[in-house]
Design a protein around this ligand. Structure first.
Ligand SMILES: [Mg+2]
Length: 324
């Protein structure tokens, strides 16, 4: 990019001194960080491609929010506390209005979760946002995918299906009134990474994952890595009120099972620790619903009133006309 463009980018992304443990952030060849020696560093990277993961012409502030939120969700799923992130930003042109909105959304989330931007790179090309988040967790406490055991109860935080409904609304497959539109757009662009919940679940949950690709797919990952199966009772799936109003029960159940973009935590708890979880639920520190159980075998089976429940698995939904 031309020098003027670099200046513009510096203007929007260089903010203040280094964060805790990061004596040197943006502006040198590398960021220098000093993670706490007693913890493990948790790192995760997600790339968001325009018209695949979000509509190209969406409000840049919302794109900035979503980009960091979905990355923080992976730290949440490990029980890690966010510290820093780096940003690889590819933009068609350095446009101040877009950069202003994008950086505003990005830093809103960075402040909310106390996660500092410490470096990155900018290039010209088709809009693409790549973020790597860094956090810390006690190694022995980290929530892994591979620890689920037969007899564990499967839980999910919050509600499921809103993300998939939002995608359908963005693609104009559903018409909704303003308040429903605002609700679902907020669910899509401003998902809440369950960082606080992930930390609370350390020492209680045996396995955890964030629901980014859909409950069946993500719980399936836990089962595969743990060498177990799972049964999900579909009538126990938590569905938000706006989604119950928007769609038929069969549709909302399918979105809850197979739609992505919810960023809730799916976790398994051994029976011996259920009382500790129930205390957190009772105290209102955590919102979660029991949806099934870990069993012997392979894969995830869905039941409704004890009978097999057929699931319609939608293909991955893209936004653009050009299916990538
Ligand atoms: Mg994940």
């Amino acid at each position: 990019m031309a020098t003027g463009e670099f200046e513009l980018i510096r203007h929007y992304f260089c903010r203040g001194p280094g964060a805790f443990g990061a004596p040197l952030g943006i502006g040198d060849d590398c960021a220098l960080v000093a993670p706490p020696t007693s913890k493990h560093l948790a790192m995760s990277m997600d790339t968001l491609v325009a018209d695949v993961h979000f509509p190209q012409h969406a409000d840049p502030e919302l794109i900035g929010e979503r980009a960091l939120r979905v990355n923080l969700s992976d730290l949440a799923a490990m029980g890690a506390s966010p510290l820093w992130f780096t940003l690889g930003l590819t933009i068609p042109k350095a446009e101040s209005r877009w950069l202003e909105g994008f950086s505003k959304g990005l830093f809103n989330v960075a402040h909310e979760y106390d996660c500092a931007l410490i470096g990155g790179d900018t290039t010209r090309g088709p809009l693409n946002i790549c973020i790597q988040v860094h956090g810390v967790v006690s190694g022995s406490n980290a929530l892994l995918r591979g620890n689920a055991a037969v007899g564990d109860i499967v839980f999910v935080t919050g509600t499921l299906g809103d993300g998939a409904a939002a995608v359908a609304i963005i693609k104009q497959e559903f018409e909704v009134g303003k308040s429903a539109f605002d609700y679902f757009m907020s669910r899509f662009y401003r998902p809440e990474p369950k960082v606080r919940e992930g930390k609370l679940l350390c020492g209680i949950a045996r396995a955890a994952i964030d629901v980014s690709d859909g409950l069946l797919a993500d719980l399936g990952h836990i089962c595969e890595v743990s060498g177990v199966g799972a049964v999900v009772n579909v009538e126990q799936l938590p569905i938000s009120e706006p989604l119950q109003k928007l769609a038929e029960p069969a549709q909302s159940r399918n979105w809850a099972l197979s739609g992505g973009d919810d960023y809730q935590l799916c976790f398994t708890v051994p029976r011996a620790k259920l009382d500790r979880l129930e205390l957190l639920l009772h105290q209102g520190k955590l919102q979660a619903t029991a949806i099934g159980e870990i069993v012997r075998g392979k894969g995830v089976t869905c039941l409704r009133d004890g009978e097999a429940f057929p699931v319609v698995r939608p293909g991955y939904q893209h936004f653009g006309n050009d299916r990538a």
